[in-house]
Design a protein around this ligand. Sequence first.
Ligand SMILES: Cc1ncc(COP(=O)(O)OP(=O)(O)O)c(N)n1
Ligand SMILES: Cc1ncsc1CCOP(=O)(O)O
Length: 499
Amino acid sequence: MHKPDLATKPIVWAIASSDSGGGAGIQADLHTFAALDCHGCSVIAAVTAQNSTEVVGYEAISQALFVTQLNCLLNDMPPRVIKIGLIPDAGLLEQLASWLAQHKNQYQFIVIADPVLSSSTGYNFVRQSTLSIWRHQLLPLLDLITPNLPELALLSQLLQAEVASQAEQLLQWGAKALLIKGGHCNGTADITDHFISPNSSLQLTQPRLSTVHNHGTGCVLSSAIAAACAHGYDLADSTIIGRAYLQQALCHSYATGKGAGSLQHHGWPTEPHYFPKLTQPQDTHYDTLSFAAIAAPIGFYPVVDSVQWLKRLLPFEPDVIQLRLKHGTALEIEQQIAEAVALSRDYKLRLFINDHWQLALKHAAYGVHLGQQDLTTANLPAIAAAGLRLGISTHSYAELLRARQLQPSYIALGHIFATQTKQMPSQPQGLARLKRYAALCSDTPTVAIGGITAERLVAVLQCGVSGVAVVSAVTAQAEPEQAFSRFKHQVEQHYAHYA
Ligand SMILES: Cc1ncc(COP(=O)(O)OP(=O)(O)O)c(N)n1
Ligand SMILES: Cc1ncsc1CCOP(=O)(O)O
């Protein structure tokens, strides 16, 4: 029998209250952690007596036992992430704030809080004293807080102000990032949540699902974000994963008692329709943009830095090549691109030009490869109208969703392993993420790039990508032509077998 190794599962704590009905609270938190491959620990603040229609009552746990739970867990199972849910008692909240202040720096855990101030059935859990502790003691310790609109208004003490001013108030009081949930904007066909952090600002929009079985949505969302953070995703990506997890769980929610039923917990979301549409301030919105298709699988995709390299590989029948020119005068770059495009026609080679999209257009290359930065400056409608294929680099869920919304010809997923070829601002993604990204792109060809060697090739192909791009695995080898032929053969064999 397979025995799971708990040490390999990231540990996440839920500091929250018990929901006797099982759909929200600690019970929902633990379901979510387990479904997202985390080990969940629970620190119970209160026991509520509730069912699907009402909260009948609650009793808070003693401060002594509350702190004993925290300390006993910290000694043996320190958390990577803490999720805070319902703490309906000012004394416990104060204890928690001082405990977090004492241990957060040393243990470097991330703290995410869902400020449950009232239940969805209308039960009010807070008093003024509790709100004041949230504002002045807890907020400065939070890496992310996930209020809905009424909670944001209450916490900010700016009941009549614009949402932006209310959000600004929470940031001024010390919260590092906010996810403002838009579900309480009644009557809209879509729900838009706003993620605000020092590094990024995102709007996440999804269709509003018509189900009444939505008990525990806030608990599940914040727990899914916590679980994704525990797997090392940054806050923006964790929020995207959390939102997709919630949409998936809501799509399959079910009746329990006479009132709002519960969410169905599934594993990692991969189907595109569960993921939100992202809007970022810097993005241009295109109504209809459609890029020519590239035959999938793309297969073996060498990236070379000169037309000389291209000529050296042509006798070995490459199918796809990228010309990635990083040096030279404007004249030299244009000459190389013109020569490479002419050669690509003679040899029926699908040639992508990196960065220089104007020259790719001018010389009518097969396609263009662009990075995320280039997307704001390149004339994408001109590239699409000219029938050139477009490939886009991505390094995260946020970039992947942004790329998918443009419906490019392929999406590059990188960097998978550490690479010496380029200084990367992000961390290597690794194979587990590659597999998730590739699954989300079942409708778009994908290419893995970064640190891919002959030894790693099979593991990369098994993640479900439609191509593998390499630089040094060919051009830095003692015998580049042999390396090229071996790679090409292995990749072709793989796709022939899995076609
Ligand atoms: C297939 C493939 N994937 C990613 C890249 C990187 O492109 P970009 O983000 O534009 O960075 P530079 O190549 O310009 O450093 C690529 N070239 N090809
Ligand atoms: C251009 C680029 N973009 C992401 S990783 C990378 C370099 C890949 O080179 P190598 O295959 O030598 O790691």
